[in-house]
Design a protein around this ligand. Structure first.
Ligand code: 8X3
Length: 246
């Protein structure tokens, strides 16, 4: 039985991926900060789900994830899903604490965990799936730090592939557009009405859409590497260039 480590498994794409992978016969180690949510997922998924309470902003906690031994020592797939966005705000109006949380989680935690897991992933000729975003490729106002972290995740994924050349480890950057998850609620400070309005009439992607995509990547034969997959709801497009007149 193959083992997958999913960060940020308490909600959204992470929780949906845990369900999809356990449903497909994998064992899943799911991490998050909210213990009661992890416990509920364990009650739902049973013995093939191992919940571990970890704060991705704490590198020492993150590195312990790679040191699991005994029954859960093997690792075939790492899904770096944990990530968040600060409130939509121009940088000059942003709070440093909000930005630091995002940098520590989306960049530092992700790199620390990936580095620590590589010996096991190399031994297994495994797979790394990193959750980037269309915001890493297409700029929009109010998301400078968020978009930059996701550009980092994309380029980190591509360049990690080079470091891993010859090991058999595959790396994929997943770059979603609008998906209706708690992501927007976190970004806007918990305003459910604003989140509902953002997605109204758009038919956004769901967490399950992304989980199915990630599972599909994991099910591809070992000689195929999907470098990046960019996906949007059919009703989302790119914005045009902006101007500002005197
Ligand atoms: C966020 C996707 O489209 O809201 O990762 O920028 S989008």
């Amino acid at each position: 039985m193959k083992t997958c480590l999913i960060t940020g498994a308490t909600a959204g794409i992470g929780a949906a991926s845990a369900r999809a992978f356990v449903g497909a016969g994998w064992r899943v180690i799911g991490t998050g900060r909210r213990e009661e949510r992890l416990k509920a997922l364990q009650d739902e998924l049973g013995a093939n789900f191992l919940p571990l309470s970890v704060d991705m902003q704490k590198v020492d906690q993150v590195e312990t994830l790679a040191r699991l031994d005994g029954d859960w020592s093997g690792l075939d797939c790492l899904i770096n899903n944990a990530g968040l966005a600060p409130p939509m705000s121009d940088l000059q109006d942003s709070e440093w604490g909000d930005l630091k949380t995002v940098l520590d989680t989306n960049v530092t935690g992700l790199v620390a965990l990936t580095r620590a897991c590589l010996p096991k992933l190399i031994a297994a000729k495994g797979l790394v799936v990193n959750l980037s975003s269309v915001a890493g490729s297409y700029p929009y106002r109010g998301g400078a730090v968020y978009g930059a972290t996701k550009a980092f995740v994309r380029q980190f994924s591509l360049m990690l592939r080079n470091d891993l050349a010859g090991t058999g480890v595959r790396v994929t950057s997943i770059e979603p557009g609008m998906a209706e998850t708690e992501f927007t609620l976190v970004r806007n400070g918990g305003d459910q009405a604003a989140s509902d309005a953002l997605y109204a009439g758009i038919e956004p992607m769901t967490a399950e859409d992304l989980a199915n995509t990630i599972l599909w990547v994991a099910n591809q034969p070992a000689h195929l590497n999907f470098n990046s997959i960019e996906l949007m709801p059919t009703r989302q497009n790119w914005a045009g260039f902006a101007t500002n007149r005197e």
